[in-house]
Design a protein around this ligand. Structure first.
Ligand SMILES: Nc1ncnc2c1ncn2[C@@H]1O[C@H](COP(=O)(O)OP(=O)(O)OP(=O)(O)O)[C@@H](O)[C@H]1O
Length: 270
């Protein structure tokens, strides 16, 4: 076990820019006079799974919003697959999944998944022809047979799975997830964690995943980004080298708990 192996940016030394899903170079975000993120340098390799931890208000959601072009950088540079964040947004390089599934209540599960395709068609946006249809995506998230179900007929976990299928429908190369399972019970969360790892392996999509749970961050992440607050800055990137594929049983191992302990210590000093 290489417990304390950390890097300053998360990127392997000498990684070519094309191998990066996202890159921040001295990026800062300000809301008026308040600095939410300061001088952040971070590289996210294509195909990787990063989780993001840090004290409340340290800028975890702001970091995702910065990468997804929802807010601008006050200084520094942010690129996504070598493009500006605006170019990447227009090219539908990424998709967002929030804590609230935010499904349209009058559309069934299948029609919710189809929505981004419909909007894209209406706007004349060239959407990549996906290898997976909305039906296939619902199957991928374990909702085969529930295509006609209305959102109010689905559990919270099922609604969130529809939201993940909807996020995948335009074949994003980067999935930004802001506490997507935060409101779910522990067993549902465990199941969805495993399913998300399967989806990640199957699709090759890069994932940036914000969580408040140290155990979830260790279980999902190949690397854990630890932020510190006031102002939000990169504290450390911790490599998680647990045996693959991950299993729920691993959570009872000494190795897993050692990672959790190390991150808890880091969190206490953020
Ligand atoms: N639109 C905004 N206007 C002003 N301040 C904002 C805005 N959005 C976020 N902030 C501030 O920026 C800081 C970072 O917020 P952010 O939501 O990114 O933190 P977080 O780490 O995701 O928090 P939490 O863990 O509590 O969800 C906070 O102090 C917050 O109050």
């Amino acid at each position: 076990m290489n417990l304390a192996q950390t890097t300053s940016t998360g990127a392997p030394a000498g990684a070519p820019p094309s191998a990066l899903a996202a890159s921040l170079r001295g990026a800062s975000v300000r809301f008026g006079t308040f600095t939410a993120i300061e001088d952040m340098h971070l590289d996210i390799e294509d195909g990787s799974f990063y989780t993001i931890l840090g004290p409340s208000g340290c800028g975890k959601s702001t970091l995702l919003r910065l990468v997804s072009d929802l807010i601008p950088a006050a200084s520094g540079e942010v690129s996504v697959f070598g493009k500006t964040t605006e170019e990447a947004r227009l090219a539908r390089e990424f998709a967002f999944v929030f804590q609230d599934a935010a499904l349209l209540p009058w559309r069934n599960a299948l029609k919710n998944v189809e929505l981004p395709l419909e909007i894209g068609r209406k706007r004349g946006v060239d959407i990549p022809v996906g290898t997976r249809t909305p039906r296939e995506l619902l199957k991928l998230v374990g909702l085969e047979g529930r295509e006609d179900a209305m959102p109010h007929e689905l559990s919270g976990g099922m609604r969130q799975r529809v939201a993940i299928a909807r996020a995948l429908v335009c074949q994003p190369k980067l999935l930004l997830m802001d506490e997507p399972f935060g409101a779910l019970d522990e067993m549902t969360r465990d199941r969805l964690n495993l399913q998300l790892l399967d989806i990640w392996r199957e699709t090759g999509t890069t994932i940036l995943f914000v969580t408040h749970s140290i155990a979830e961050a260790v279980f999902l992440g190949q690397k854990v980004i630890m932020l510190r607050a006031h102002p939000g800055r990169l504290r450390e990137v911790v490599d998680v080298e647990l045996p693959e594929p991950r299993t729920i049983k691993q959570r009872d191992t000494q190795e897993f708990n050692a990672y959790c302990g190390r991150l808890r210590e880091l969190l206490e000093t953020c």
